[in-house]
Design a protein around this ligand. Structure first.
Ligand code: C5P
Length: 215
């Protein structure tokens, strides 16, 4: 399952994995963990060579339970840390580095091959690059405004300060960076089924994806 941020993709992918008794892998969490490592090492994020050198052999361990997310760096949980704003702001710079992508794509393929239990994998390049032969490919999208509105509502629910225009600008900035980068830009695979969730709530989106996956 691929698509931009804020479509409800992670929640939907997790629910589908749970319903199918499958494993679940959030590849965005892997790029976020690489970004935490880069920030902790105080790497120069404007220098792709420095990022490549500083993140080689990442001590990353991903859990695949759809009911509980687990991301560890050097055996320490970074499951919460990867969601913080400074990580979100820096992740596009780290995920644009080819060496980072090669390492993480290798790990994604190894995780999938490691166990016969099926796996739902979500990200930006899963259908195009990581698993071009996946039996079902979904590209989940929604307008930038709908996605920003959801993120804004989530922030307010969590009691976090939030400004809709600022959230929209951040969504648009990350979309732009992810879809114009040279390596593995965000785009639907030719054989992906596209689903626009702008006017759907979560339950409706899960039901629509489940139906597509069943075809
Ligand atoms: O999905 P999430 O918003 O957590 O992803 C964080 C970032 O990781 C994205 O903005 C993108 O830069 C990067 N990413 C990627 N390829 C993937 C998954 C995520 O480049 N397969």
């Amino acid at each position: 399952m691929d698509g931009p941020s804020g479509t409800g993709k992670s929640t939907v992918a997790r629910r589908i994995a749970e319903n199918l008794g499958a494993r679940y892998l959030d590849t965005g969490a892997m790029y976020r963990a690489a970004t935490v490592w880069a920030l902790d090492q105080e790497l120069d994020l404007t220098d792709p060579a420095a990022i490549a050198a500083g993140t080689a052999d990442l001590p990353l361990a991903m859990g695949c339970d759809p009911l509980s997310e687990q991301v560890e760096l050097d055996e320490i949980s970074v499951t919460r840390r990867i969601r913080e704003d400074d990580v979100t702001a820096a992740v596009s710079a780290v995920s644009a580095v080819p060496e980072v992508r090669e390492q993480l794509v290798d790990y994604q393929r190894a995780i999938a091959a490691d166990d016969e239990t099926p796996i739902v994998v979500e990200g930006r390049d899963i259908g195009t690059v990581v698993f071009p032969d996946a039996p079902v490919k979904i590209y989940l999208t929604a307008s930038a405004e709908a996605r920003a509105q959801r993120r804004h509502a989530q922030n307010l629910e969590l009691g976090l300060p939030s400004d809709y225009e600022a959230v929209l600008a951040s969504v648009q900035r990350r979309d732009g960076l992810d879809s114009t980068r040279k390596v593995s830009p965000l785009r639907p695979a030719e054989d992906a089924i596209e689903l626009d969730s702008s006017d759907m709530n979560l339950e409706e989106t899960v039901a629509a994806v489940a139906e597509l996956a069943d075809r």
